[in-house]
Write a protein that binds this ligand. Structure first.
Ligand code: IDP
Ligand code: MG
Length: 133
């Protein structure tokens, strides 16, 4: 089934000049870039995107981090785009994500893990609305 998903290249990855290489991996499997924007995440967008984690010990740091510098906000589409992107990203903790995945190849720590991707079609719809209206 054709799906849309929301992907965000996080501030540390943008600062390290990894955006192009990460985008190339999504293009390589045949996903389509529907929207793409470089810019800051507002505190309101960060809180909405990570609402499920509010109250957890890492929540404040997560919101500070994602608003700390420019990101690349992307809407991708394609067959099974949501699980395909999650597969390409790898496990949340770069210590556990396999080599060959984005987090496994470019990340080192859980708090700066390179990339965000929606975890379900419902999350994708919600997140695309947060970042692209
Ligand atoms: P996901 O990004 O793989 O969907 P989530 O569990 O939804 O993972 O967590 C959202 C983000 O919060 C993670 O990508 C990571 O940056 C951060 N995070 C999750 N758990 C921790 C933690 O225990 N310590 C610090 N940061 C965390
Ligand atoms: Mg998540």
């Amino acid at each position: 089934m054709i799906q849309q998903t929301y992907v965000m290249i996080k501030p540390d990855a943008v600062a390290r000049g990894l955006a192009g290489r990460i985008i190339a991996r999504f293009e390589a499997v045949g996903l389509t870039i529907e929207r793409m924007e470089y810019g800051m995440v507002t505190p309101e967008q960060a809180a909405a995107n990570y609402a499920e984690h509010e109250g957890r010990p890492f929540y404040t740091g997560l919101v500070e981090y994602i608003t700390s510098g420019p990101v690349v906000k992307i809407v991708l589409s394609g067959p099974s785009a949501v699980p395909v992107v999650r597969k390409l990203m790898g496990a949340t903790d770069p210590a556990e994500s396999a080599p060959g995945t984005i987090r496994g190849d470019f990340g080192l720590t859980l708090d700066a893990n390179i990339v965000h991707g929606s975890d379900s079609p419902e999350s994708a719809e919600r997140e695309i609305a947060i970042f692209f209206g």
